[in-house]
Ligand binder design. Structure first.
Ligand code: NAP
Length: 449
């Protein structure tokens, strides 16, 4: 079929992967396009708004770049539209020539140990959503009422959680955390934060700048057991470790040598321990951990008798997973949508014509925000090279379908009202550039006001 005058594309999800997809589509010059970027939430930017920690203002600054792409004349933001509730795959096919899913990875991996569902056992995804003011997360969801807590996992999200738990409210005041969450953090009883990693310092997934920030905490001592960083500098393990891992080791060694400054809180690194069970009758009262080591093939094996950390909360930060989408194939093992360079394929490997993926739902929850740019560009290359095979017949306006469904669509200018209200709140509270609105009704209430 001949290519249409203008190709109509829907991108589902307005996080970095979705907006980079829109950008790649509008940058190419071979085919005129219009792109609708749909999101379930009334605000764009996905993980940049609801995943990046509030004190990481530099990383959050990427929203400025994403905004420019979203404001391109051929791109339209349609918030408040949920795939599967307001629109089905068949509806998208009626309205668009192709659809790109960039819905990310929004749920937590499970530890798979007894006690995981006790009160006080917290998925990092929920805690992150809470301090990032995700409207699904009630402000009163968490009470930080334990002096001693554990964060399980050795990735960057674990470090984000540790920082938010360890910082004083003075350190967080100038972020966009809403007042009710800031009040919970102000009332926090947390004094000791254990970071529990099932492998060693050289195997941790922290990136070096994120680990370095832990050493700069004003309100917390960093405690590292010198024995755990006593790795022979000439050993093969050190020589072959990635540069980031060697830098991580350097920081950890500095902290192992640092005398305690008796700050109000402490962050204590515990490597080579894996959770065996969460203890407690109706809420967490301890975390049983087992010493570990690597066997000759690099597999983890037990290396001693279990120990107990007397913690009242456990934050499980062991990675994010994708969620299946109605009528779209899903691989339950990798928790991603099976695809061939972004083209969604059935379990038998047959491409689903006109359906694509980009970002974490395509490749899993790995990489930094910028990784999504090349990832999205690769998907767009696949889409454009498939043009001769796409059904490029006439389409119906998506507004007609959304009207029939009674969807309350949030336009870009509606979002700008929310944005303005958040900036005004930041100014009136003398807190900083913005303070986020955190409840559905607050966000919708700001529209048109
Ligand atoms: P991650 O980097 O995949 O780290 C997950 C951690 O959980 C690993 O240390 C892993 O250990 C551990 N783990 C997995 N299963 C476990 C189990 N059953 N018991 C104990 N530990 C277990 O995941 P993430 O921290 O959620 O981060 C996701 C992505 O977002 C990453 O690419 C990250 O770099 C990125 N991110 C970046 C920033 C930033 O740049 N500032 C901030 C946040 C997130 P093993 O290695 O032994 O499997």
């Amino acid at each position: 079929m001949a290519p249409p005058e203008t190709l109509r594309i829907a991108v589902i999800g307005s996080g970095p992967a979705g907006i980079y997809t829109a950008e790649a589509l509008t940058r190419q010059e071979s085919q005129p396009v219009t792109v609708d970027v749909l999101d379930r939430l009334p605000a764009p930017y996905g993980l940049v708004r609801y995943g990046v920690a509030p004190d990481h203002t530099k990383i959050k600054g990427v929203a400025g770049t994403l905004r420019r792409s979203l404001e391109h004349p051929n791109v339209r933001f349609l918030g408040g539209v949920e795939f599967g509730r307001d629109l089905a795959l068949d509806d998208l096919r009626r309205a668009y020539h192709a659809v790109v899913f960039s819905t990310g990875a929004s749920v937590d991996r499970r530890l798979g140990v007894p006690g995981e569902d006790l009160a006080g056992s917290v998925a990092a995804t929920d805690f992150v959503n809470w301090y990032c003011a995700h409207p699904d997360m009630d402000a009163s969801r968490f009470l930080l009422d334990s002096e001693e807590v554990a964060v399980v996992g050795a990735g960057n999200v674990a470090l984000d959680v540790v920082r938010i738990l360890a910082k004083s409210v003075d350190e967080l005041r100038h972020t966009d955390i809403p007042e009710p969450m800031l009040e919970v953090l102000r009332a926090s009883k947390v004094r000791r934060v254990h970071l529990v990693a099932r492998r060693g310092p050289l195997q941790a997934r922290f990136t070096a700048p994120e680990l370095r920030d832990i050493g700069r905490l004003e309100n917390a001592d960093v405690v590292v057991d010198p024995a755990q960083v006593d790795i022979d500098p000439n050993s093969e393990a050190v020589a072959t470790a990635a540069r980031a891992a060697r830098t991580n080791l350097k920081y950890l060694r500095e902290w192992a040598d640092r005398p305690r400054a008796e700050r109000p809180r402490s962050v204590e690194f515990t490597f080579w321990r894996r959770p065996v069970r969460l203890l407690g009758a109706d809420r967490v009262s301890g975390l049983e951990i087992e010493p570990t080591e690597l066997d000759d093939e690099g597999r983890l094996r037990p290396a001693g008798a279990p120990e107990v950390l007397d913690v009242g909360m456990v934050f499980r930060s062991i990675g994010y997973m994708g969620v299946g989408l109605p009528d779209v194939p899903f691989d339950t093992a990798s928790r991603t949508v099976p695809n061939d360079e972004g083209r969604v394929v059935t379990p038998e490997g047959t491409p689903l014509r006109g359906v694509y993926v980009a970002g974490w739902i395509k490749r899993g929850a790995t990489g930094v925000i910028g990784t999504n740019k090349s990832d999205a560009a690769a998907t767009v290359r696949s889409l454009l090279s498939d043009l001769p095979d796409l059904d490029t017949g006439p389409r119906v306006p998506v507004e007609d379908i959304l009207d029939q469904r009674g969807a309350r669509t949030v336009s870009y200018s509606d979002w700008q009202d929310i944005d303005t209200a958040e900036r005004a709140l930041g100014e009136s509270l003398e807190r900083g550039e913005r303070v986020k609105l955190h409840a559905w009704e607050e966000m919708y209430g700001a529209i048109g006001s």
